[in-house]
Design a protein around this ligand. Structure first.
Ligand code: HEM
Length: 465
């Protein structure tokens, strides 16, 4: 089911320059620009590019101007820039720092960012993902088992349930029992805050006061403290008992050592676990919802997926080591991420005057590598609004034309994890349940906790199990 929209024309001539030396862009108050984006994320980016070309300047409250790029040459400049010349953490720190914690990899820059990434990377290495394959399959089965027959239910809510359970078990290493239930309840309260109308208040530093738990920020702080308390006790227990034989991410991080042989301190572990939850939960659930949106109306795609699964797994369940053989499923997931990326752009702060694409930029501005806009350029992706998984069969796209996970030294740490999880979940759901999009559903892309997802959780109906 493709979203029918006018195509973005390729622009080959350099964009003009506004009096402040930056490319021109939409006028209007920064607050209005960000509200417009919050209401119609994809459409707002499209309008900017259509009116001003592949490079324009946007505004957001409390931020320097954001120069938006969707030209592969410029994207390459952004992703290959020296980490000291462009900072990825600085722009996010005022908003995300108080939420994720000051030691979160997402808000750090320079040597501290590099140290954190080196510590976090090994547990997320592509080949390790198979360890979690059966667990993800079982979690998916449990969620499918509760779906009603013949009555609509929001697929996004169900995908959130799966991705949350995967994080609790594979990342936090919790097993069924009181501890898992307690952490899940606390996380659900937190996620409700971020998914609801109070989310905007959480992101505004001036509104981050506690008032004895009465404000949204106060409720957030209470939940976060509760989560930290439970996790600290668990970290202490694992440090004392040792993590031998454990395969979850938290246990591996407790054992990890940096180049000086130093382990991660408790606060680092807490902030990174919270970062992984924040970065990995809603994104993967949203990306799965989009994949269902694209495939459910397409009999040809469903038939090819089913044929491929049978060829690889026969009549039995899909085994973890077989996932890598599902080339068409991989292409389906990539095409879904191209057409409807859950993160629309990644930002960097320019630290020294420098040239990006055909532009000379002063220090202090932000640059955006616009994922959505680059993925929709007709010169890079013919008929960009059509869902055509074959674009990705037998080819390796350039990291500067296709980058749903960002790029360079800040590329998503969980990319292999997310891709593996999505493949197992999609393959399992499509093998076990016959779904269709609920009648009369009109899809609209909406912003949910900084990610873009189909509106109303995209209701689906299960016709057969
Ligand atoms: C479909 C799902 C996901 C998408 C689309 C996604 C996308 C992204 C993007 C665009 C970035 C910014 C990259 C940049 O600045 O260049 C990012 C960063 C990050 N993601 Fe993901 N992500 C997903 C799932 C996950 C998962 C499952 C995890 C962890 C289990 C995760 C952990 C992280 C972390 C830790 C960072 C920060 C990296 C850094 O600043 O060095 N993500 N992700």
């Amino acid at each position: 089911m493709a979203t029918a929209r006018p195509q973005l024309a390729p622009h080959t001539t350099p964009s003009p320059t506004a009096p402040n030396g930056l490319p021109p862009g939409p006028s209007g108050w920064p607050l209005l620009q960000i509200l417009r984006y919050a209401r119609r994320p994809y459409r707002t980016l499209e309008e900017g590019a259509r009116e001003f070309g592949p490079c324009y300047t946007g505004r957001a409250p409390g931020q320097p101007p954001i120069v938006v790029f969707s030209d592969p040459e410029a994207i390459k400049d952004i992703f290959t820039a020296d980490a000291d010349e462009m900072h990825g953490g600085e722009g996010q720190a005022p908003i995300l720092g108080p939420i994720l914690g000051r030691k979160s990899v997402l808000v750090l820059d320079g040597a501290r960012h590099l140290r954190e990434r080196r510590l976090l990377m090994p547990p997320f290495h592509g080949e390790r993902m198979q360890v979690y394959g059966r667990m993800i399959r079982e979690i998916t089965d449990r969620v499918i088992a509760r779906w009603p027959l013949g009555r609509p239910f929001p697929v996004h809510r169900e995908m959130q349930a799966i991705t949350l359970d995967v994080i609790l078990r594979a990342v936090f290493g919790l097993e069924d029992g009181a501890l898992l239930a307690r952490v899940r309840d606390t996380l659900l309260s937190l996620l409700k805050l971020f998914g609801g109308p109070a989310a905007a208040f959480l992101a505004i530093p001036a509104l981050q006061f506690e008032l004895r738990g009465l404000t949204p920020w106060g409720r957030f702080v209470r939940c976060r403290r509760e989560l930290d308390r439970v996790l600290l006790a668990e970290i202490a227990r694992r440090r004392a008992e040792g993590s031998a034989g454990r395969t979850d991410v938290l246990s591996l991080l407790i054992e990890a050592r940096d180049e000086q042989g130093e382990p991660m301190c408790d606060q680092e572990l807490l902030d990174e676990m919270f970062t992984i939850l924040g970065a990995g939960h809603e994104t993967t659930a949203g990306a799965l919802s989009w994949a269902f949106y694209h495939v459910l109306g397409r009999r040809d795609v469903l038939e090819r997926l089913e044929a491929e699964r049978r060829q690889v797994a026969g009549d039995g369940p899909l085994e973890p080591e077989q996932v890598a053989k599902l080339e068409y499923l991989d292409a389906v997931i990539k095409e879904s991420a191209r057409l409807t990326p859950v993160i629309t752009q990644v930002l960097r702060r320019v630290k020294i005057p420098m040239r990006v694409g055909d532009r000379d930029l002063p220090a202090g501005v932000n640059v955006s590598a616009a994922i959505y806009l680059t993925h929709h350029r007709a010169d890079l992706w013919p008929e960009p609004e059509r869902f055509v998984p074959d674009r990705f069969v037998g080819t390796r796209p350039s990291p500067y034309t296709f980058f749903p996970f960002g790029g360079g030294e800040r590329r998503c740490l969980g990319a292999a994890f997310a891709a593996y999880e999505m493949k197992v979940v999609l393959a399992q759901v499509l093998a076990r349940a016959s779904l269709r999009v609920a009648p009369r559903y009109r899809m609209r892309p909406v912003l949910r906790a900084l990610t873009v997802a189909p509106a109303e959780g995209m209701p689906v109906v299960m016709e057969r199990r």
